[in-house]
Design a protein around this ligand. Sequence first.
Ligand code: C2E
Ligand code: MG
Ligand code: MG
Length: 564
Amino acid sequence: MLKSHVKFHSVEGKRLILIVDDEAANRALLGLITEDEYEVLYAEDGAEALRLMRENAAYLSIVLLDLSMPEVNGFEVMEQARADEALSDIPIIVLTSELEAEVKSLQMGAVDFIPKPFNMPEVIKARIQKAIELHESRTIIQSTEREGKTGLFNKEYFYRYGEQFDGFHPDMPMDAVSIDINHFHLINELYGRRKGDEVLVHLADYLKNLRRETNCIVGRIEGDKFYIYTPANKIEYGIVSREINSHFDEFHDINVSVRTGIYQNVDKSIDIERRFDRAVLASNMIKGDYSRLVAYYDAKTHEKKLFEERLLAEVGDAVRQGQFYVNYQPKYNIKGDEPVLASAEALVRWNHPYLGVISPGVFIPLLEDNGLIHMIDRFVWEEVVRCLGDWKKEGVSVPVSINVSRMDLYNRNLREDIDGLLESHDLDRSDLYMEITESSYSDDVDQILEVVDNLHEAGFLIEMDDFGTGYSSLSMLAEAPIDVLKMDMRFIQNLNNDRQEAMIRMIMDIAAFMGLLVVAEGVETKEQVDFLKSTGCDIIQGFYFSKPLSAEDFEKRLRDEKER
Ligand code: C2E
Ligand code: MG
Ligand code: MG
C-alpha cells in the first residue's frame, strides 16, 4: 500500500482542518470563514491540538495554529509535531499578530501565516486553499503519484486513493467512469504526437475543473484513458460528455470526441480495478459509434462479455475435439422452368457440449475481432475440400462457396494456402467460390483489393456477400473484382411495399449493367421466388428451397439431383 498524503475526509468529500486557538471568538470567526468548504475540528489549547492531530493524522489536511496560548503554546506544538513522524507531514499555518513570530514560525516549518485580526475572510480562505494544494501537489509529485503529462493521478495512485476514499465512506454510493478519446491513435498518427499530447492535456484540464467543482477523483490511467471515481448522482454524465466535446472545438483543424462508460452505484465487494473494468466494458460497447457519447454498464452486457470470453477461451480445444462441423445450404438457379441445384454455401456450426449448437452469427464476429477466425475458417476449408473431393470423385459435385473473413484477407499467402488444399484433393479453382462480405472492403481497401484481385485472377469466383449492408457499396463495385452479388437478406425479408421492390429492381439493374450475377439470400416463400424471378434474379438461396444441410443430407440431395 502506498503511503497516502492526500486526505479526503468528510461525507461530502470535504477536507478536514483543525483550528487551534484559546480564544473562543477567534475559533468561531475562523470557523465561520472555513466551515462551508472544510470539515473543521477545534482545539482550545496546545495539548488538545496535539491529541486531535494524533487522532486524525491520516486525514488532516491542515492545522491553523495560534501561537500564544497558555500551557502548551503554538511553538511547542510545532516542535512536538515536527519530532513526531506521524505528525511531521501535516502542514501548519500559524495565526499571529507579531511580525517576529511569523519569521520564527516559518523557520520552524510552518507553511504560511495568517495575520490577526481576521478581517479579510477571502484572503484567509485563499491562503488555506493554496497551502493545502501546494502541500498535496508536493507530496504527490515527490512520491511520483501523478503522471507527468497531465498532472493527474496515475493508475496506481488513482486506485489507492479511491480505496482510501471508500475506507472513509463505506456506505456512500459511488460511480466508476471511464473516458476515452475516440480514435486517439489516429490523431497521433495524422497530426503528430505533440498534437496528441495537447489533446490529452486539454482533456485533463477539463477534468481538473470538474474535480474542483464536484470533488471527484480523477486519474489518467494510460494513453487516452481517464478514470473518474465519484459519489453517485454528482455528475450529469450526458452534459459533461457534451461539454468535453465542445471543449475540443478549440482544435479547429481536428475533430476530437470522447466516449464515456459508466458503472453506476458500484458493487464495493469487488476490487476497484474490476469496477473500472466494467466502466470500460460499457464504453467499449459504443466504440466506433460516434452517435453515442455515453454508455452505462449493465449486468446483461457483462454476462454477454463473460459468455464471449468463455467461447474465446474454449475455441481452440473445441476445434481439436471436433465440436465444429459444416453445413451446406443449396443455391438454386431459377432461370429455367425448373430450379436447378447450382452450388452451395458452406456454413459452420459449433456443437458445444454444454451450450448446444451455437450460431455462427454469435461466434464468428467474436473470433474476427480477436483474430482467431483463421482457425475456424481453415477448419471449414479443409472440411469442404475433403467432402468436395469425395463428391467430385463420385461425379455428383457442385461448386461450394466458402466464407472468407476479412481477417483471412490479411494473409498474403491465402491463394497459395487454398491452392494447396485443392491440390491435395484433386480439385480445381473452379470448384470453390469465395464469399467476401461487403463490409470487408471498407477495412483496408488497398490491401484487400490486392488479395481479392489475386484470387480473382487465379480463377476463383468472387461473391460479394451481404451486399447492401456495408457503406462502400457502389464505388467498391466499380473497383473490386466481383462476379456475383449476394443481396443481403434484409432486402427480401422486408419486401412488403413498392419502394422495397423498387430497391431490388435497382440492384438488379446495377448488376446487369456491371455484368454480375445476383444471388438472393434468405428467400422463404413462393411469392418471394416469383417476384425475384420477375426481376431477372439468377440464383436463390433460402429456406424455401432448403435449410442448411449436414454433409450427408447434402450428398443425398446431390445424388437426387443427378438422377432427375
Ligand atoms: P451469410 O454468409 O450471409 O450466410 C447466410 C446466413 O443466412 C446463414 O446463417 C444461413 O443459415 C441463413 N439463411 C439462409 N437461408 C435463410 C432463410 O431463408 N431465412 C433466414 N432467416 N436465414 C437464412 P448462419 O449459418 O447463421 O451464418 C451466419 C453468418 O456467419 C454467415 O452469413 C456468414 O457471414 C458467417 N459464417 C458462417 N459460416 C462461416 C464460416 O465458415 N466462416 C466465416 N468466416 N463466416 C461464416
Ligand atoms: Mg456467406
Ligand atoms: Mg450473406
